[in-house]
Design a protein around this ligand. Sequence first.
Ligand code: SAM
Length: 234
Amino acid sequence: MKEYLEKALKEINLELNEKQLSQFEQYYDLLISWNEKINLTAITDPEEVAKKHFADSLSLIKVLSLNEIESVIDVGTGAGFPGIPLKIAFPHLKITLLDSLNKRIQYLGEVNDNLALSDVVLIHGRAETIARDHDHRERYDLCVSRAVAGLSSLSELCTPFVKVGGVFAPYKSEKAEEELSEAGNALNLLGCEVRKVEKFSLFDQVRCIPVIKKVRNTDDKYPRREGIPGKRPL
Ligand code: SAM
């Protein structure tokens, strides 16, 4: 894993120290062993995991300066992507990992303990409900999310977590511009503006991460109740 990861990280101009590389190795071992018990990922080959999960999660550094960010929430983190790679590479981050599947949260608890991470909060729940909780609403500098929903519904799930002045950075594919134009109304209703759209190719795939700034408080009526943002996007 270590050699594959170092090679993959060259693509995004990132170097990690020995401790961080060994944390990624431990993370990979746990991913593979838990994947036999619960469904975490279809990608298991070490080179592919290094590229498509680890380096892809870290490709956010092409778009944002993580050193200037303190608190992050990863909505629909699944097996911990992109949240855990971001935490390993930028240990100063206070990171909250949210997922609606409890087994994935239990697995992330073991990852957290084994890698001896600090300032990681794990939450089992749906974004629609947790975003209404005073302790999480408009509390984060940054909200990230990868492979969870189309941008219109995802914006309703994610932007209520972001404080005014903070950023929502969804990991999207080459269809990002299309999704952004469809989500224009939703982003406006939620108090957000698109500031830039970074598109780059990474390991023969197109990755696009728009930087969406929260400019006003989100109205209390958002997010709507569980399931509605997905069924009836704004
Ligand atoms: N982000 C990870 C990745 O890129 O590998 C996981 C992606 S997986 C396809 C989507 C995850 O989002 C699942 O683990 C699912 O349980 C979670 N999820 C879907 N809707 C959610 C919601 N409304 N609130 C919280 N988690 C949600």
